[in-house]
Design a protein around this ligand. Sequence first.
Ligand code: PMP
Length: 362
Amino acid sequence: MSPVFNFSAGPAVLPREVLLEVQKEMLDWHGSGMSVMEMSHRGREFMHIAAEAEEDLRAIMGIPKNYKVLFLQGGATTQFAMVPMNLLRGRGGIDFVDTGHWSKLAMKEARKFADTVRVAASSEDRGYTYVPAEANWQIDPKAAYLHYTSNETLGGVEFPFVPNTGEVPLVCDMSSNFLSRPVDVSRFGLIYGGAQKNIGPAGLTIVIVREDLLGQVAPGTPTMFDYKIQAEGDSMYNTPPTFAIYVAGLVFKWVQRQGGLKAIEQRNIEKAAMLYESVDTSNGFYTCPVEKPFRSRMNVPFKLADENLDESFIKEASARNLLQIKGHRVTGGMRASIYNAMPLEGVKALTGFMQDFAKHHG
Ligand code: PMP
């Protein structure tokens, strides 16, 4: 058991078991006499680590053969640019679903590359507290792709469905709910995400892309930003983030030991239900602005009715080893991120504390 429960939005809690494995293998990986950090990325050992990580990820997510899996750097933010550079394919426009902070940033970057960036649907009218009903989306059939953010990490809004965009390729920023539930990858043109939530250490970015979308990169695109070149070089056109790939590989094995994504999803449903219940039954002491069907299973934002208590809430929580629950500077309030590696005991400890705190200060 960890001495603390870490509710950070990312970089975030990793499975204790994985950290212990990393510790055990730190100085001598499988008799190699060296740390993975010190290995040549082109050596037999690391090539094996990378190949196995990809194989395991493919197995966990059921990634079809006609999709490439890329292990890149630069975070999800770099993908905000790399996706349009690669996927515009001479078309003028991109459609976006605007559900808050991260979709807005993705849109802002896309404007540098596309002639038109259209908002096919937005939840701005009610303060980004829901996902717009799909029936009302206005998708341009000529759009190069439609982009959405499956989980808004700040707002705590998560899509309970995968959009249907017909012939228009679907692109998803899955950074903060990657591997948290089963997904049908064949529905997507491209999925991307930074690793530092459910996958592993910061520094690794995963891209899963359908092969037929590759090879029409915009002229002048830097070599490193060309998915096709990255795919042809097995993500080793240059030195990849080797240690992060190694740790991600161990996390993939951990996901398999948990029973795969269906089992992980069940645990995530249970943890989220417990935390929202604690907010909803507090007689208004705590509130969550997000409409119920769209509440994130990963990031639970909540506010105290009396903002003046925020500081004591955070202080008393840390005294009970419940860490990093302060909300994002943009939103204020609190946010408890309960990614895959957060044990149920952590959520129980938090809800127990929330009830005690409300009793003493209510
Ligand atoms: N998209 C989402 C949904 C995120 O949560 C984040 C990071 N919190 C980003 C993009 C940006 O990721 P990065 O820091 O890896 O660039």
